[in-house]
Design a protein around this ligand. Structure first.
Ligand SMILES: [Zn+2]
Length: 421
């Protein structure tokens, strides 16, 4: 049997199929359900260590995983608040935020001691978290011993209970660069998986090298849109996508002047645009959308058209007429009569025959319009599209009952927004 060779999309080396395994385009630990099988095992494990990890271990990812309760390989949800917090007004006070058994955050105050003076006597103050009440004597003995003070010289001791209302602070280094290589990988893999011809693009070859060798300093050559954390680059899609939801979105489209662009939005935390190539690979107005849902634990890929069809419901469509002024009233009376039908009216929305003024068939409406002559506007949750015919030619509709011809200029479709994806 002949072994089938397949090219890895990262190292671009041809290998036998058993050298490949499941590559998670959006990392598992971010709740990703989009898998491909065109990355070889060697590259896959390298990507995991060098490309995915700055993204997965980013402070914002940790916060996200905590919020979504996504456990890591150890089975534990990482604690994004790990580290020592310091009292804002009293730097000797320290605390930790632990994840309690029920998954909630619990403040744990680390034991602290402080010396002071009261009524001319030396005072030692030991403060502990309520959980550590039993340890007070032990801490006291140790502190006294460390300061060479005999336990016998203690003249008075008392306990105080107070509610700790001090503020604690901690500072985290936030990576603003390295995590973007993880986003570059997502964009590249989505593009190669969706548009196979993009794989041989010069920029695609460069990106696969950047990913293969984890060249963090070259990432910004491609990850150019947005600072990585602001999702306003997604605003144009706000009406179709539920940008407040727990979903991750990927979008492949032609940027106005930029060529092939992939926008990425990982929940509320990361949003970025990657310029994948100066060349456009999609026809005008075409795009691909990837939706990763944590709720339905799935990843779906839709075309722009499918997105619109799922979001909008047709309410009505009607021809826009240019009526002859000489017999205008008569024409209006016929067209507005509830029994009026034009030829092809019951066909699929814009597929009806057009005639010339002698009543001879020219073509179907849908074949007579071009994308450029579609005018789109919005009115509340209504989306109105007017498809204009070439005004240099006279097109007519034919009334079914009377056979009369009425000149048509355009066809208007009104759709209503019914859902967001
Ligand atoms: Zn490889």
């Amino acid at each position: 049997m002949e072994d089938v060779l397949m090219k890895c999309i990262i190292c671009r080396i041809k290998k036998t199929t058993d050298c490949f395994n499941d590559e998670h385009v959006i990392p598992d630990s971010l709740g990703g359900y989009y898998h491909i099988n065109t990355v070889c095992k060697d590259c896959n494990s390298e990507l995991g260590m060098k490309v995915d990890s700055p993204l997965v271990n980013h402070k914002l990812s940790q916060l996200y995983r905590f919020g979504e309760e996504i456990a890591g390989k150890s089975g534990k949800v990482p604690n994004p608040f790990a580290g020592t917090f310091v009292g804002k007004d009293s730097p000797d006070k320290k605390a930790r935020l632990d994840i309690g058994s029920s998954g909630t955050l619990e403040l744990y105050q680390l034991p602290s001691t402080s010396w002071g003076e009261r009524d001319g006597k030396l005072q030692l103050r030991v403060s502990v978290d309520p959980k550590d009440e039993g340890k007070i004597d032990q801490i006291l003995t140790k502190t006294l011993a460390r300061n060479n003070i005999s336990a016998n010289s203690v003249v008075k001791s008392y306990k105080e209970f107070d509610l700790d209302q001090s503020e604690y602070t901690i500072s985290w280094p936030i990576d603003t660069l390295q995590f973007k290589i993880g986003l570059l990988k997502i964009a590249y893999e989505f593009a190669v998986d969706t548009l196979p011809e993009y794989f041989e693009d010069y920029a695609a070859i460069r990106i696969s090298e950047i990913l293969r060798d984890a060249q963090y300093d070259k990432v910004l050559d491609y990850v150019k849109i947005g600072n990585g954390l602001e999702d306003k680059i997604w605003n144009p899609f706000n009406q179709y996508l539920d940008l407040e939801s727990r979903k991750h979105y990927l979008l492949l489209a032609n940027g106005d002047t930029m060529g092939l662009v992939c926008l990425i939005k990982l929940h509320d935390h990361f949003a970025v645009g990657v310029v994948l190539s100066p060349k456009c690979y999609l026809k005008e107005g075409k795009m691909f959308l990837g939706i990763n849902s944590l709720e339905s634990q799935s990843f779906i890929k839709l075309t722009g058209e499918e997105m619109l069809n799922q979001c909008l419901r047709m309410t009505h469509g009607r021809p826009v007429y240019a009526l002859d002024p000489n017999c205008r009233d008569e024409a209006i009376a016929e067209i507005e009569n509830p029994n009026y039908r034009y030829d092809g009216q019951d066909n699929k929305r814009d597929i009806f025959p057009l005639y010339n003024k002698r009543g001879e068939f020219i073509c179907y409406f849908h074949d007579a319009i071009s994308q450029k002559r579609i005018e789109a506007r919005q009115d509340g949750n209504k989306h109105i599209n007017v498809m204009w015919l070439d005004e240099r030619r006279a097109y007519f509709l034919k009334a079914v009952n009377t056979g009369k011809l009425y000149r048509i200029l355009a066809y208007e479709i009104v759709q209503e927004q019914v859902r967001k994806l």
